[in-house]
Design a protein around this ligand. Structure first.
Ligand SMILES: Cc1cc2nc3c(=O)[nH]c(=O)nc-3n(C[C@H](O)[C@H](O)[C@H](O)COP(=O)(O)OP(=O)(O)OC[C@H]3O[C@@H](n4cnc5c(N)ncnc54)[C@H](O)[C@@H]3O)c2cc1C
Length: 386
């Protein structure tokens, strides 16, 4: 039986998870719309470069028949990684040139091009921009979605792909993620060669992980010549509210950095003196590893909405895209008697997988923000040195 025949499917959120799901479902004849908060598709996509993994993010792109587009847009060489101490001394570097075994490769792609590939793969008007969901009502086995701009839409099946602060998740479960103990302060510099020449030189078109004093600075080069970075440090959940720093004022943020990251090399100051946009404080949350809920018949979630985790193992996008792949496979599987059974099966495997990855991610987050962080990282990447 075709579970989605004659059903309207609403995906709320056009991030990597929501768009991947829309693509795979649409390829298989589904009637699907994506409701996205961003005003239009030209909004500049921020954030670090993403490494996609063979068994998750890349598996979803293979299923979506988008590997040619991926191969034309990924950034060979961007997987070059340098691990440094606070003085910017390089203690380990690798370019992960492992082309002989693609299963271990971690090719990097910027968020913007990945989003473009997915958007271009959809039929025109699949994505309804400027549609920030504010509420969801269920009536007679269907849903009414209400948006901030006053419009509304109707759907038979709703999928929450609306990220960390999902508006839909509370309709599925009251379980909230817990604070990891680490907050990241995110920034970006456009034209890094001109604006942050020393960091640009150290980056070599790849990534830097600087670890010391139980703190981290992660910097990624991007294909458009900009760089993205985030400083991680252990603090209270309410730090951003309480710290008194104006995140739009580079001088104030630099003063905070010099005090909090005392003893770190002046080289890092470039990032603050030349930041191109306001800093974004991001307290890092993680899903409880044992979360569970009763599956609903026609409402489910994926990606960060379902299983938020810190970025320190590089798994969030990969998990979101694998969710999309597995949810699509369940909804398209004619052996299930109804969508409820398909959602039960999807959620069971998604929770088990994400729980394992979240545990590993939390261990990595703690390890990278411990006094032994450098040795821990060396032991992971270069066991002979550890
Ligand atoms: C600093 C930082 C660095 C990271 N680095 C990595 C990394 O290197 N590798 C990795 O794999 N992961 C990384 N992550 C995690 C990764 O960004 C997420 O796990 C991933 O983007 C989740 O995808 P998603 O599709 O579930 O949600 P999102 O990417 O968050 O997309 C959600 C979408 O929903 C939209 N939306 C939100 N609310 C609404 C609403 N009410 N109505 C309509 N639309 C809405 C948003 O505009 C957005 O487009 C990082 C995260 C951070 C914060």
């Amino acid at each position: 039986m075709n579970l989605i025949k004659d059903k309207n499917i609403a995906i709320v959120g056009g991030g990597p998870g929501g768009l991947t799901l829309a693509r795979i479902l649409q390829m298989n004849g589904a009637d699907v719309k994506v409701y996205e908060r961003d005003e239009n598709r030209d909004v500049r996509v921020q954030g670090a470069t993403l490494d996609l993994h063979y068994e998750s993010g890349l598996a979803a792109l293979r299923k979506a028949d988008l590997m040619d587009e991926f191969n034309a847009n990924y950034r060979p060489g961007a997987d070059k990684m340098r691990i440094t101490d606070k003085h910017a001394n390089i203690v380990f570097e690798d370019d992960f040139a492992i082309s002989e075994n693609e299963e271990f490769a971690r090719p990097e792609i910027d968020r913007g091009p990945l989003r473009e590939i997915l958007l271009n793969s959809l039929k025109p008007d699949t994505v309804v921009w400027d549609s920030q969901l504010v509420s969801l009502c269920s009536k007679n086995n269907a849903f009414k979605l209400e948006f901030k701009n006053g419009t509304e839409a109707f759907a038979d099946i709703v999928i929450a792909a609306d990220g960390a602060n999902s508006k839909i998740r509370p309709y599925i479960t009251p379980i909230k993620p817990f604070y990891s103990g680490v907050t990241a302060l995110e920034g970006a510099v456009y034209d890094s060669e001109k604006n942050t020449p020393k960091i640009h030189e150290l980056l070599q078109g790849g990534k830097i992980f600087a670890l010391d004093d139980s703190k981290t600075v992660v910097v990624s080069s991007k294909g458009d010549g900009s760089l993205a970075f985030y400083m991680g440090f252990i603090t209270n959940e309410s730090w951003a509210k309480d710290c008194g720093v104006n995140f739009s004022n580079n001088t104030q943020v630099l003063a905070w950095f010099k005090k909090t990251f005392a003893g770190w090399d002046n080289l890092w100051d470039e990032l603050f003196e030349n930041a191109s946009i306001a800093f974004i404080p991001r307290p890092q949350y993680c899903m409880p590893f044992d979360q569970t809920w009763e599956a609903l018949p026609n409402l489910t979630m994926l990606g960060d909405a379902a299983h938020l985790m810190p970025p320190y193992a590089g798994e969030g996008v990969n998990m979101a895209m694998q969710d999309a792949l597995e949810l699509a496979e369940c909804l398209l599987n004619k052996n299930f008697p109804d969508t409820h059974a398909a959602i039960v099966a999807y959620e069971k495997q998604m929770r088990a997988r994400a729980s394992e990855v979240a545990k590993m991610t939390m261990e990595q987050t703690v390890s990278m923000h411990s006094p032994e962080a450098l040795n821990n990282m060396l032991a992971m990447f270069d066991p002979k040195a550890g």
